[in-house]
Design a protein around this ligand. Structure first.
Ligand SMILES: NC(=O)c1ccc[n+]([C@@H]2O[C@H](COP(=O)([O-])OP(=O)(O)OC[C@H]3O[C@@H](n4cnc5c(N)ncnc54)[C@H](O)[C@@H]3O)[C@@H](O)[C@H]2O)c1
Length: 331
């Protein structure tokens, strides 16, 4: 947008300059606009296609690129007012993510295959934090169910700011025994489902016009191989690579996409209770997990919350291990 400053000496310079400042503030606050200021202008108009500038003009170029609209940098870790959906969110790591997002201020929708006591517990804990929640029973590997889920979520919450992709399915099998069925289940839920949900969320975020954040739970298995993990590892490596492509494609819309890589976990650890002590795993784990402590659902939840927050506003396309140093070792 070109903006021409009025010429000095014009009778209503003060009024026009005030108008110009107000307009700058509005543009900065409500858009990602690139603002170009030129002056003094030959014709004296504040705006408009007729601003020719003058040969001797002083040209000032300011590029003001707003961070995500609505990001409150007075508390860069706050998610107050954000609307989040956590898939596979009813228990264990998914619950830890949902509770950490709620604790930071987000209203959190929970998806899982079926509503049950686990889902009710997670929702009750979110409500105790004073946040809104709802439950969406859907199989994330089924495109029709995914579309219906996002329609229902958007109807209920009005918008989506955060998506966390979390489920996995399938079992470990040695490569020679690995069945097509098990391969398909691992990849359909653990990779295709992440794609389907991310696409729905990203389309809504693009329409909203003010960015968003997508976090996907991968694993240290996405970076390093263990026995019997061919299908699981392929899905988890795919999540890391998908995340990078999404980050590149969606950056122009202010949508940040990152992956988290949990390592050795204590998935029964309760939210907001004392974290496991460093060294608790004992000597036999020290070579593999330098901190010698398992990760907890809360650890994963807090990492996800950080990645979704304004504090991580320049972070996209990363695969963040939350693994006590496991991937830092030589294996
Ligand atoms: N548990 C670990 O030690 C560990 C380690 C590294 C990474 N991870 C990753 O963390 C994530 C969560 O792990 P977890 O141990 O808490 O798993 P979990 O099995 O306890 O939870 C996954 C949830 O996803 C749901 N789910 C399965 N298929 C689904 C589908 N098609 N649609 C919707 N929901 C579905 C399940 O019902 C379950 O509630 C997974 O992506 C897993 O690969 C876990």
């Amino acid at each position: 947008m070109g903006v021409c400053l009025p010429q000095y000496g014009e009778p209503d310079l003060g009024r026009r300059f005030l108008l110009y400042i107000v307009l700058c503030m509005i543009i900065y606050e409500y858009s990602y606009a690139t603002l170009t200021i030129q002056g003094p202008a030959g014709d004296g108009y504040l705006f408009g296609p007729g601003c020719p500038g003058s040969a001797a003009a002083l040209a000032i170029k300011l590029t003001l690129t707003a961070v995500n609209k609505g990001d409150d940098m007075s508390d860069p870790h706050s998610l107050i007012g954000k609307k989040a959906l956590v898939t596979g969110g009813k228990r264990r790591i998914g619950r830890g993510i949902a509770l950490a997002l709620a604790e930071a201020g987000a209203d959190v929708g929970i998806n899982d295959l079926q509503a049950d006591a686990d889902g009710e517990t997670t929702q009750a804990l979110i409500r105790q934090m004073g946040r809104e929640t709802d439950f969406y029973a859907a199989d994330i590997s089924d495109v029709n169910q995914v579309e219906e889920m996002f329609q229902a979520f958007l109807m209920r919450f009005g918008r989506i700011d955060i998506l966390v992709n979390n489920p996995y399915a399938g079992t470990g099998q040695s490569f020679l025994e690995l069945t097509e069925k098990n391969w398909d289940l691992n990849l359909d839920v653990g990779l295709k489902g992440f794609f389907l949900c991310s696409q729905q969320a990203a389309r809504a975020m693009v329409e909203q016009g003010d960015g968003g954040s997508i976090v996907s739970t991968s694993s240290v298995h996405g970076m390093r191989a263990w026995k019997t993990d061919a299908a699981y590892g392929a899905a988890k490596a795919g999540v890391i690579r998908l995340t990078k492509s999404m980050a590149v494609d969606l950056a122009e819309h202010g949508i940040r996409c990152n992956a988290i890589l949990p390592g050795y976990m204590d998935t029964d650890h309760l939210f907001n209770t004392t974290p496991p002590k460093i060294g608790i795993l004992g000597e036999q784990h020290r070579q593999k997990v330098p901190l010698c402590r398992p990760g907890t659902p809360e650890d994963i939840g807090r990492a996800a919350t950080f990645l979704c927050s304004p504090a991580a506003g320049c972070i996209t396309g990363v695969a963040l291990p939350v693994d006590g140093g496991l991937l830092a070792t030589s294996g």
